[in-house]
Design a protein around this ligand. Structure first.
Ligand SMILES: C[S@@+](CC[C@H](N)C(=O)[O-])C[C@H]1O[C@@H](n2cnc3c(N)ncnc32)[C@H](O)[C@@H]1O
Length: 254
């Protein structure tokens, strides 16, 4: 019998892993893992922490076009939790991009352990690369960020998305501590808000900054940022490497 008690947070993550025989629930700092393999982007990288179970669906609900047939791209895929959450939806393909070789290897192991017959999207892959270097797949995109890096890297990623071929692009931003970079960019338009983050889309004809557009509810703070079991978040500096591009959540835009 299903328990009437809803399990959330870290326990939900542990259950997610146990049900699938995988390992995604962890808090890891790149400086403690494989810093020598990462390159200059480590200065702007946040740590690894998986998307809380349930949060991705809350963001996907605001994507302003059908998910079927689009490609989901997780920039900073870590151990692949968000890839597996996305696979419950009929994406054409799901791609995880992860800068840490160690985390990318774990993500691949996790994907290999899953029975893909149970998934709505069975084409899942992990690319070991810096988000700055990847070529986005062709076709319509749903790009996901769980606050993987600071504003300097984010800005360059936004330029690549904005200047690509004409197509539908949604940008899902969990724990959006650097959201002002998106909202100041004329090619991005805010299109929805969940308690854990915001959703934007690329608008080609835009000339008006999103920040000046009419908006509905906006969270007063990124609510899923502070998991009870940790003392730092993907929005805070890497313990081993300074993270000058990130904003202290306490001073993040309200
Ligand atoms: C907060 S974790 C999110 C993990 C995963 N997206 C999830 O939600 O379960 C952020 C991840 O971004 C990765 N990352 C940081 N900078 C990156 C970059 N420049 N390119 C690719 N991955 C990066 C980190 O190694 C870390 O695994």
């Amino acid at each position: 019998m299903t328990s009437p008690i809803r399990v959330t947070g870290r326990r939900a993550g542990q259950r997610f892993d146990a049900d699938r025989g995988i390992a995604t629930e962890a808090l890891l700092f790149l400086g403690d893992l494989d810093p020598e393999a990462i390159g200059p982007s480590i200065e702007h990288a946040t740590h690894y922490e998986p998307t809380p179970v349930g949060d991705l669906d809350a963001l996907l609900a605001h994507v302003p076009f059908p998910l079927a047939g689009t490609t989901f791209v997780d920039l900073g895929a870590g151990m692949g939790r968000a890839l597996l959450l996305a696979a419950a939806h009929p994406f054409r393909q799901i791609v995880g991009v992860e800068i840490s070789p160690a985390l990318a290897a774990i993500a691949r192991d996790n994907l290999a352990a899953i029975d893909r017959q149970t998934l709505a999207c069975r084409d899942l892959r992990v690319v070991r690369a810096d988000a700055l270097d990847v070529a986005f797949p062709r076709g319509d995109l749903v790009v996901y960020l769980y606050n993987p890096f600071g504003g300097q890297i984010l800005t360059r990623v936004l330029e690549r998305l904005a200047s690509g071929p004409r197509r539908d692009v949604a940008l899902l931003y969990h724990t959006p501590v650097e959201r002002e970079f998106i909202e100041a960019h004329p090619a991005f338009e805010w299109c929805g808000e969940a308690p854990c983050g915001a959703v934007y889309r690329v608008v080609r004809a835009a000339g008006v900054p999103v920040a000046s557009r009419a908006r509905t509810a906006k969270p007063t703070a990124p609510t899923t940022m502070l998991a009870p079991h940790v003392t730092s978040t993907p929005g805070q500096p890497n313990r081993s490497q300074p993270n000058p591009g990130s904003v202290d959540p306490s001073t993040a835009p309200k």
